[in-house]
Design a protein around this ligand. Sequence first.
Ligand code: SF4
Length: 345
Amino acid sequence: MMFTDSAIEAEAERLLGSLMHVECDPKGRKWNLDTCREIAPLTLEINQLKKEKNAVILTHSYVEPEIVYGVGDFKGDSYFLSLKAQESRADIILFAGVVFMAETAKILSPEATVIVPDRGSGCSLADSITGADVRLMKSLYPDAAVVCYINSTAEVKAECDVCVTSGNVYDIVASLPQQRIVFVPDRLMADNIRNELRQRGVNKEIISSDGTCMVHEEFDVEQIKQARAQFPGLKVVSHPECTEEVAQASDFVGSTGAMMKYVKATPAPYFLMLTECGLVGRLEVEDPEKSFIGGCRLCPYMKLNSLEKIRDALRAPRPGQIVTLDENLRQSAARCIDRMFELTP
Ligand code: SF4
């Protein structure tokens, strides 16, 4: 598509309004009018294609800022975006995130064509376990409730009783009648569930599989100690995919949505965000008064998304970019997610 110079200039100024605040850029870019002008034809074309094709773009907070603020219709964590997928009346849902998230959108919006820009955008957690592995755990613990974190494939969700997110996991697990819980796929989140439930006086046996998030498992307590010594008044914010030691040494632990709310509501001179760097970029845009001291990490899967791939997938998706699910499997996975919606306080 061709755009006039004035359309490109107006788009560059719109982009700059958000991107000028991003210092934690995954490619180290400095956003100014020139760099915004370079991407303006792409964002204009993508936004035009969305209108022509009745498409929406869901953007996870961990993808690059020019995607979130340039072409995203909704931005947030996987739970929020699942709700948006469910409410959507669009013919096409393009999920700028990773494959398991696009599968969740397809489970909840079966009539829509769901597109993932890069089929290689996996997840170390979701890819750590198969449906057959869950069936084996169920046979070993037949009295247990089987709970999966939303960071799991459709095949795994189809085998589980209820899905949870990092925002509702403690309340849902505590509310289940079974004393024994099989929790997949995150071993570190299972440790954090055990600790939280113990503090709440809830007695559950949690048996977990062995997956970890390759981003969040890397943070350690030494990093927190050094940062606190260097930056008095610092607040440490982490995700329950981190180790229990990191969680316990943090001032706040929560989902990406909860982390954003905490930072926005907390007056502090500095924040250490122990999560994916994309969230820091979002906070720099949405709360530019706050100071972040670095220390975040990049998820290589999330960074497989790009404006070029999004444009190409909207123009003419390749078969591998369209998410398809067996209908019986989809319905079983939908029951698992619906149970989460029922149990979410
Ligand atoms: S940040 Fe971790 S949990 Fe999220 S997609 Fe990347 S590997 Fe998976």
